[in-house]
Design a protein around this ligand. Structure first.
Ligand code: FE2
Ligand code: FE2
Length: 378
């Protein structure tokens, strides 16, 4: 066993000891076939070589942070910690007035359904990263950022709940809407299917098919679920904000969007690292099906939430923007663009994500919130 006075001495085999409270009155147990001296597993004293680290299936000591193999992951963690806020920091008083007195019925329909989708989505995102992804990482610098991500997803859920409570919406109705509206349910169903496929105790990432499925699931959550559906999903609310409506909600969503851009970029980076380390080649047919399925789901969702047009925002804009952003995520992942020629239908959306003080025409405080140095959010 380890010598605590001199931890670097070589371990010595230890005989199984008789418990000290077993007095001499007790006869010694009869020898058993397996009653042989038991040696503890030898303690490896070799220092961790960062080159031994792997994203998955690694054997290096998971409890030792440095030396880093993935210093960029640590940078993500440091950057994420520059975007601190809680929903209580943001004044929602004007939103209460806007919702009850200024929004049209069509705009309320958009607002409520966007919230309804997001409430369920962020819980899914939290469960995915915290329960299914993080445990499969074999380098601590990756897990540490993901632990922060788990917290951020729960913070996002708190944000939606805060909006629902502040506006006095019917919680039961909002939270259950994804279960009864097929167009919202479809997106959740696709995500649940991906999550369920990797949230199994018997999964073995040394199996090439399992590893490919895990990569596809992580790619889906990072590039599409967070990188497209979230990124694009806030835009109907930002369109209200651009008209001076629901500015408190929109400001909250801007904070969330900053987190999500980091989640997306980090996840895609991890996926690329796995592809490189493990020699995985994404199956083109599986990738194509992923884009087509998620585009169809997004189109159905957009046409439902915008079944009646609102000023300055249409379902077709939303769908085209999905395609445009999907192309960007594919390029980030080193894949072919799935929707060549898609146009930037909402050019102001990137400004929302990359908002800087000089672009802050709403004069909200989100741009001044960053606590660290200059960041690139995309
Ligand atoms: Fe989130
Ligand atoms: Fe996220």
């Amino acid at each position: 066993m380890l010598n605590w006075d001199d931890p670097l001495t070589a371990p010595v085999p230890r005989l199984r000891a008789t418990p000290p409270d077993q007095g001499p009155a007790m006869p010694p147990p009869a020898p058993q076939a397996d009653d042989t001296p038991v040696a503890e597993a030898p303690v490896s004293l070799a220092p961790v070589n960062p080159e031994d680290k792997r994203v998955v299936n690694g054997q290096a000591d998971i409890n030792q942070l440095a030396p880093f193999k993935y210093p960029w992951a640590w940078d993500f963690f440091l950057n994420a910690n520059k975007n601190h806020w809680t929903p209580l920091d943001i004044n929602m008083a004007q939103d209460v007035h806007d919702y009850h007195h200024r929004l049209t019925l069509e705009e309320r329909h958009v607002y409520e359904n966007v919230l309804s989708y997001l409430t369920t989505s962020d819980i899914l995102a939290m469960r995915n990263i915290g329960l299914a992804v993080m445990e499969k990482m074999s380098a601590p610098e990756l897990q540490i950022y993901q632990a922060r991500q788990v917290y951020e997803e729960s913070l996002h859920t708190w944000t939606y709940q805060h909006c629902i409570e502040t506006l006095g919406l019917d919680q039961g109705e909002i939270y259950n809407r994804y279960r009864v509206v097929p167009e919202i349910h479809r997106k959740i169903q696709i995500s649940n299917r991906r999550l369920d496929s990797i949230l199994r105790p018997d999964i073995d990432l040394r199996d090439p098919d399992e590893l490919h499925n895990f990569v596809m699931s992580y790619l889906f959550f990072a590039a599409i679920f967070e990188g497209c559906w979230f990124y694009n999903g806030f835009s109907p609310i930002f369109s209200l904000q651009r008209r001076g409506l629901m500015k408190g909600t929109a400001e909250q969503f801007q904070y969330i969007m900053r987190d999500e851009v980091l989640h997306c970029t980090f996840g895609i980076r991890v996926v690329r690292q796995i592809l490189q380390e493990e020699g995985v080649v994404p199956d083109p047919k599986t990738v194509r099906e992923m884009w087509d399925e998620t585009e169809a789901a997004e189109a159905g969702y957009a046409r439902y939430i915008l079944r009646d047009p609102i000023l300055g925002y249409t379902a077709e804009d939303h769908i085209e923007q999905f395609r445009f952003v999907a192309n960007r995520r594919a390029r980030q992942a080193g894949l072919d663009e799935p929707f060549p020629g898609a146009r930037n239908a909402l050019p102001w959306l990137d400004e929302q994500a990359n908002l800087r003080k000089e672009k802050n025409f709403f004069e909200t405080r989100v741009t001044e919130y960053q606590t660290g140095g200059a960041l690139s959010w995309d």
